[in-house]
Design a protein. Structure first.
Length: 279
């Protein structure tokens, strides 16, 4: 017994040490990028790890204007918001049908969506671009939202199905006995109780689409319709790179995701600790 306790204690210590090390690595990188964004290019090359001699705020002004980050941020927000809403509504409905409704094709449908999670975006990028070009969607935000929604749905369905399956059967049965329709049961009972999954999938969908570069770079060529990751690529040239403005632009791009996480982190924690049945 004592040896088992010692072994489990060592394993926990190793896990905690690993997590602390990973956290330190991520925090150090963010702090370094933040400090470098206030330096000039000369300071970056001469003293890359030292504190900035003076906070050079012109980097942010130049990055915002030259990189057209204002319109790019708006485009990214519109694309991510629409993708988030549509994928959450359709994905939660499909997950409820797979997880709670009794029909023969539930497992095959789940397998179909799981296969969709395994397909790399590179395999369908060229056919999608060719098809969208014929339909006039190759240089529009709508044409970018469609693949974003398509690739977000399998993850949303996979996560939400697990939350719906973990719900007590008594809740759904009681609603049916009381005369609630399937839609009322979903919107009034199942969906509110699955808020944990909604916050988790919503955060994952928003962050993944906010940072997506490949599809946005291929599908969008108009500067007024480019998203934020594509605009950040302008600061990297074929022969030289303006590092100070590039790091300032990265800080600007990181801020929305940090704000979104800070807003929804408490809801995620509350949802994890909340029970479905209050006694």
């Amino acid at each position: 017994m004592k040896s088992n306790r010692v072994g489990s204690g060592i394993i926990k210590a190793v896990i905690y040490l690993f997590l602390i090390l990973v956290s330190i690595i991520y925090i150090v990188q963010l702090v370094w990028v933040f400090m470098v964004s206030f330096k000039t290019n000369a300071e970056i090359f001469t003293s890359p790890f030292a504190l900035p001699e003076s906070f050079y705020l012109d980097n942010f002004t130049f990055a915002w204007t030259a990189g057209k980050l204002g319109i790019a941020t708006l485009n990214s927000f519109v694309v991510c918001a629409v993708t988030l809403i549509i994928s959450m509504v359709i994905g939660s409905m499909a997950a409820f049908a797979i997880g709670r409704l009794r029909w023969k094709l539930a497992k095959p449908c789940m397998t179909y969506f799981l296969i969709g999670m395994m397909i790399p975006v590179h395999c369908v990028m060229i056919p999608l671009f060719t098809r969208f070009a014929r339909m006039g969607l190759s240089n529009s935000l709508v044409g970018l939202m469609i693949p974003y929604i398509t690739f977000s749905l399998p993850v949303t369905i996979f996560i939400m199905t697990g939350f719906f399956e973990s719900m007590p059967n008594e809740l759904i049965e009681s609603a049916c006995i009381d005369g609630a329709s399937i839609y009322k049961t979903f919107f009034r009972i199942a969906l509110p109780l699955s808020r944990t999954g909604l916050f988790v999938t919503g955060l994952m969908t928003f962050v993944a689409n906010w940072n997506e570069l490949l599809l946005a770079m291929v599908f969008i060529s108009d500067d007024t319709r480019k998203t934020l990751p594509v605009s950040l690529s302008k600061f990297v040239g074929p022969y030289n790179t303006n590092y100070s403005q590039m790091f300032a632009a990265i800080i600007i791009a990181i801020i929305p995701t940090v704000v979104v996480y800070c807003i929804f982190s408490n809801q995620i924690v509350d949802g994890l600790t909340a029970g479905a049945v209050k006694g």
